[in-house]
Design a protein around this ligand. Structure first.
Ligand code: DGY
Length: 342
């Protein structure tokens, strides 16, 4: 219960974290204010309730900006997001106000890599085939519902895998693709990062790759047979995959986005699919989600497989993310160690 005389630090929790909640509610040393409904936290509620808070646990839709920090006042020491992405948080502002920031890397890497491979496989077949059994319309003929193959065989040489962004999830995705006979991998790193030749040599040896090369964006577009978008969102990566990029891609190539919708220009992708610049797309994320209606240009594209941001949606991973977010929050509130601090 929260009342004015409560001297314990106040923490605001923007969403009920289900099975992880006891990690908060069983503590006696914090005053918990929880958004009571099972939907995204309303801004007005948050601005009102964050007053005087020491910590806040947010999710992707909760913008952490000057408005929120000002509403909180000078007690605010930590913002903990239950996500690996942090483009909803104004990091320079956090640094200026000396507010610590926690996020959830590592714990979701494997789950998101799983979905990345799933979407690459699905987008390489034919989206129309996925529902017809349940619609009672199944049929079969020799070349019906065919698409490009991911696995290498004697008659189907290794396809070049491309990564836009080559961090934890990209490398976990590559690890999964090696048993598919993949021997060629290219990637673009963040423009601010230096090439890591020692790491690349180690990965190339570990996975017995014929090539693992850091390339520029043009070559990535031109040479990838399967292109994974696995870069953080935000201003720097906004619409990196636009019409110019998509026009350079191969007609039988597949694009997978399990990172952020904002990296891919949806209208350009719809055009690319409609005009067959590329074969298909598999999207876990899309600009404007989750408000995607049936008249969205990509929903109407037959060769676009879409799932609703489920990359990290396994019971274990979401529990691990919630736990990490809570541990970060508590560490920040009491000025201690945060397991994943930005
Ligand atoms: C993240 O963690 O940033 C994902 O997009 C949500 O699971």
């Amino acid at each position: 219960a929260s009342h004015l005389s409560d001297s314990r630090p106040k923490v605001v929790i923007c969403r009920n974290l289900g099975p992880a909640m006891p990690l908060l509610t069983e503590r006696k040393d914090i005053n918990i204010v929880l958004w009571p409904e099972d939907r995204g936290c309303e801004r007005a509620w948050l601005l009102e309730n964050i007053k005087g808070a020491t910590g806040v646990l947010v999710l992707l839709p909760d913008r952490v900006n000057e408005e929120l920090v000002d509403a909180a006042g000078p007690n605010l020491r930590v913002v903990s997001t239950m996500s690996v992405g942090y483009e909803h948080i104004d990091l320079p502002l956090m640094a200026k106000r000396k507010i610590r920031v926690g996020y959830t890397p590592d714990v979701l890497t494997e789950a998101v890599a799983d979905v990345s491979v799933m979407l690459a496989l699905m987008a390489g077949r034919n989206d129309r085939s996925f529902n017809i059994v349940k619609n009672g319309e199944a049929s079969w003929s020799p070349f019906m519902f065919c698409g490009p193959q991911l696995s290498a065989t004697n008659t189907s040489p290794s396809r070049t895998i491309g990564f836009l962004g080559f961090g934890r999830i990209a490398q976990a995705t590559l690890a999964r693709l090696v048993p598919f006979g993949i021997t060629h991998c290219i990637y673009t790193g963040s423009p601010n990062s230096r090439p890591d030749t020692a790491r690349d040599a180690a990965l190339q040896a570990k996975y017995n790759l014929k090539a693992l090369e850091r390339v520029d964006v043009d070559r990535l577009a031109q040479e990838s047979d399967v292109l994974f978008v696995l870069t953080p969102g935000g201003k720097e990566t906004y619409h990196l995959v636009d019409a110019t990029f998509l026009r350079k891609m191969k007609p039988m190539s597949v694009l997978v986005n399990t990172a952020r919708g904002s990296v891919v220009d949806s209208d350009a992708l719809a055009t690319a699919l409609r005009e067959k610049w590329i074969w298909g797309a598999g999207l876990d994320v899309v600009e404007g989600e989750p408000m995607i209606t049936s008249d969205h240009p990509l929903v109407k594209e037959p060769q676009c497989v879409m799932v609703p941001h489920i990359g990290s949606a396994t019971f274990q991973t979401r529990l691990d993310m919630a736990t990490r977010a809570i541990d970060n929050l508590i560490g920040g509130v009491f000025g201690g160690e945060m397991p994943s601090e930005l």
